[in-house]
Design a protein around this ligand. Structure first.
Ligand SMILES: *[C@@H]1O[C@H](CO)[C@@H](O)[C@H](O)[C@H]1NC(C)=O
Ligand SMILES: *[C@@H]1O[C@H](CO)[C@@H](O)[C@H](O)[C@H]1NC(C)=O
Ligand SMILES: *[C@@H]1O[C@H](CO)[C@@H](O)[C@H](O)[C@H]1NC(C)=O
Ligand SMILES: *[C@@H]1O[C@H](CO)[C@@H](O)[C@H](O)[C@H]1NC(C)=O
Ligand SMILES: *[C@@H]1O[C@H](CO)[C@@H](O)[C@H](O)[C@H]1NC(C)=O
Length: 585
């Protein structure tokens, strides 16, 4: 699953990596720091500098005074008037007075992050003289109210992880240069925001207000916004038209709120013509919202109470690639057969942990990854999967599928399928008609007591088979079953009833799991056919001490793990066996 996450997620990882290099303090939304970080680097000019430097600080770079993390308890007062960058982060400063700032007319960057500033200790009139201040970092302090006035030169402001309850009209308003504001992890309520927080700050692109106590999406947001984060609030309502002017918005995070379908209009999202990422997970939605815009690529709707999908809600989202609907209340018949029609780019669909009784009809034709695990699917009919020509990964584990209800031609059209998981169902036999393209096959935790003749024929791409925790004996497996599997590296037959190491293992095999069977003897030639084997697990069998000759393994030159463990002491003790299985896999 993870490897399919695509561009957006990759970007996040990259961003995170960048940030980790620069950023010392812990933050809930570290990825949101990258803009600031880039800006700092841009404004730093490397030149030697003369003049006084406060004790314990570093002034090697012209115009920059670096007093980060030197246990300062007070704002240094012997600063040069030429100071443009002042780094005071990670200290114990409690007060910043008007006098402290009065001489610093040239200041462009002020970093006071991670100190002990309270609103009482921060004399906000001081900021008015800082006519060149562009970057202000006040995250991780104890501020309860934002400064009333910040200079109009401001480009980026970080107030994350304080205790802010109040913001004033001139805190972030009337700042034509302002591009990013970070307010996550505070105590903001709707009442603490002025009606027009960003009036006259028309260039704001990034606004992060996650983890506050907002009940309404703020109104009158600037139309330049491209990223808006409002997750972990108490949002119940999106006021009509709240997003109507945000035609540049690309990323909208609304997860972990209390949004219901009643709390928004049909057209709420419809004007977000550039929106690519919409996260509405973990809310109180019962239906997919109407009017979703066409350009959304990644849509999070998981962890709601969605019980149905009508024919017209998803089809307009033509660019949809990832649709996450897991942990909802979907039943198969409540998904309209045309619900996914025309979604040609939709390749990843997660519907696990729902109430599906069968494979829904009309699944997206170009799907590559289909996660249907943990549902109530009890049968797979001949044509249930017949349209999914491009499917590569199908996960049907932990459903209620039985062998008689699994049509033997059900998989016939899945010519590209690489990974199939049928674990945790009620199968009695390994299904026939599995696609020859399969690379990974998991059918553990069933009641399989037969591998029917030819079931594995021609599966030359198969790398891994997990048949653990079934009811197989050696006689359940047709002769030569493994022999043809020329790509097989991993075979898990643990937790079955085998009395011997299976014969005819393929030469490619590297990992063999046979723990918790009934093996009581091992022939000296048992592993002759697997010269490349790296790990063999044999614990919890019936091998008496000293029953295994060293010569059985001595010629296996790649063998790294030979786990003979203890023998089964108490055959009735199932729990113990299961535990060991998990460890070993
Ligand atoms: C918003 O700013 C404009 C000027 O930029 C001003 O005319 C208007 O009164 C302001 N509105 C509010 C509600 O502050
Ligand atoms: C959208 O922008 C227009 C023009 O700038 C303005 O009149 C209107 O009030 C804005 N609407 C919202 C909801 O901000
Ligand atoms: C929203 O959609 C529902 C269902 O289609 C419809 O009954 C309702 O009238 C719509 N509301 C508005 C305000 O358009
Ligand atoms: C979720 O929505 C249902 C019905 O729309 C409502 O009864 C319930 O109180 C809501 N739950 C929360 C936590 O808002
Ligand atoms: C099916 O999904 C489960 C849960 O995510 C996962 O553990 C399992 O590995 C998946 N199966 C395959 C074959 O990837």
């Amino acid at each position: 699953m993870v490897r399919h996450w695509g561009l957006l997620q990759t970007l996040y990882l990259l961003t995170l990596a960048l940030v980790l290099v620069h950023c010392q303090t812990e933050h809930e939304e570290e990825e949101e720091w990258v803009e600031e970080v880039e800006d700092i680097t841009l404004t730093t000019v490397v030149k030697p500098r003369g003049g006084p430097c406060p004790q314990d600080c570093n002034c090697k770079v012209e115009g920059a005074v670096d007093c980060a993390g030197v246990d300062l308890k007070e704002f240094p007062n012997d600063l040069s008037e030429d100071t443009r960058q002042l780094s005071l982060q990670n200290n114990q400063i409690e007060m910043v007075t008007t006098e402290n700032l009065a001489r610093l007319h040239q200041l462009e960057t002020l970093n006071l992050q991670n100190n002990r500033l309270t609103s009482h200790g921060l004399e906000d009139e001081g900021f008015e003289v800082l006519r060149h201040l562009s970057y202000l970092y006040l995250a991780n302090n104890k501020l309860t109210a934002a400064p009333k006035h910040l200079p109009p030169s401001l480009v980026s402001a970080d107030f994350a992880a304080n205790q802010l309850t109040t913001i004033y009209p001139h805190t972030f308003g009337y700042k034509p240069q302002l591009r990013s504001v970070y307010l996550h992890n505070n105590k903001l309520t709707d009442a603490g925001l002025p009606e027009h927080v960003f009036n006259g700050s028309d260039n704001l692109e990034v606004l992060i207000m996650s983890s506050n106590f907002l009940r309404y999406v703020p109104r009158n947001l600037p139309s330049a916004l491209s990223r808006l984060h409002l997750k972990n609030n108490k949002l119940e309502k999106i006021p009509p038209g709240a997003f109507d002017n945000l035609s540049h918005l690309r990323e909208l995070h609304l997860q972990n709120n209390l949004l219901s379908n009643d709390g928004m209009e049909n057209e709420t999202f419809s004007q977000l013509t550039r929106l690519e990422y919409l996260d509405l997970s973990n809310n109180n939605l019962t239906m997919v919202p109407k009017g979703l815009p066409r350009n959304v690529v990644l849509l999070h709707l998981e962890k709601n109470s969605i019980h149905s999908i009508s024919s017209d809600v998803l089809t307009p989202v033509r660019n949809l690639e990832y649709l996450l609907l897991h942990n909802n209340k979907l039943r198969s018949r409540a998904i309209h057969p045309l619900a996914f029609q025309g979604l040609k780019k939709l390749h990843t669909l997660h519907m696990y942990n729902n109430h599906l009784e069968r494979v829904p009809r009309g699944l997206p034709r170009r799907a590559k990854t289909l996660m249907l695990l943990h549902n109530l699917i009890s049968e797979i009919n001949r044509n249930d999967l017949a349209m999914l020509y491009t499917l590569t990964e199908l996960n049907l584990s932990y459903n209620k599928i039985t062998t008689p209800k699994l049509h033997k031609e059900a998989f016939r059209k899945l010519r590209l399928l690489e990974s199939l998981d049928l674990s945790g169902n009620n199968l009695h036999a390994l299904p026939l008609g599995l696609p020859k393209s399969l690379q990974v096959l998991k059918v553990k935790n069933n009641q399989i007591n037969t591998i029917p003749d030819g079931a594995l024929n021609g599966m030359t791409n198969l790398r891994e088979i997990n048949l653990g925790n079934n009811q197989m004996k050696l006689s359940s497996i047709y002769q030569g079953a493994w022999q043809e599997l020329s790509a097989l590296t991993m075979l898990d037959l643990s937790g079955n009833q085998l009395s011997h190491v299976p014969p005819d293992l393929p030469e490619s095999l590297e990992y063999l799991y046979l723990q918790s069977n009934r093996i009581s003897t091992i022939h000296a030639s048992a592993f002759e056919s697997v010269p490349n084997i790296k790990s063999i697990f044999l614990r919890f069998n019936r091998l008496p001490m000293n029953a295994v000759k060293e010569s059985t393994f001595s010629y296996l030159k790649n063998l790294q793990v030979l786990d003979l463990g203890p023998a089964t002491s108490d055959l009735g003790n199932e729990e113990e066996e299961e535990e060991v299985d998990k460890e070993d896999q």
